[in-house]
Design a protein around this ligand. Structure first.
Ligand SMILES: [Zn+2]
Ligand SMILES: [Zn+2]
Length: 140
């Protein structure tokens, strides 16, 4: 989970990429930080709950531009299911194929993506590790 103070770092990141800081963008970012791996619809619903009127299209567009600058990670949680998170620390995901639950997993040693990129010759754009299975509840 990201702390609210980190919002100033996020603002710097947006500015360094020439993205205008609008109240709508900041509200969407703060809502994403509050929710646990939300879908775009969940972000939109949460905004409605607190009487903030931002269209679902704006939510999607904002997520897309935040993803482009590496602030947001997209998580594929099964058929037609896409969840998002603000990238804070390096962690990866265990995803339940039945109920869609997502748990964060941390590796003791950070994966050296730069080394993998140079060995493979790939220019990495996104670095995700997703492991699919059944959570303890669905297993029983
Ligand atoms: Zn499950
Ligand atoms: Zn996560």
């Amino acid at each position: 989970m990201m702390m609210t103070e980190d919002i100033s770092k996020i603002v710097e990141l947006l500015q360094s990429h020439g993205i205008r800081i609008t109240p709508q963008r900041l509200t969407i970012i703060q809502t994403m930080m509050k929710l646990d791996h939300p879908t775009a619809e969940e972000i939109h619903d949460e905004l409605e709950n607190v009487y903030i009127n931002i269209s679902i299209a704006t939510v999607y567009n904002t997520i897309r531009s935040l993803k482009e600058i590496g602030l947001v990670r997209e998580i594929n949680c099964g058929e037609g299911c896409t969840r998002f998170e603000i990238i804070d620390d390096s962690h990866y995901h265990l995803i339940c194929k039945q109920c869609g639950r997502i748990d964060d997993i941390h590796f003791e040693t950070d994966i050296d993506f730069a080394a993998i990129a140079s060995a493979s010759g790939f220019d990495f754009k996104e670095e995700n590790i997703e492991i699919y299975g059944l959570c303890p509840q669905c297993k029983n």
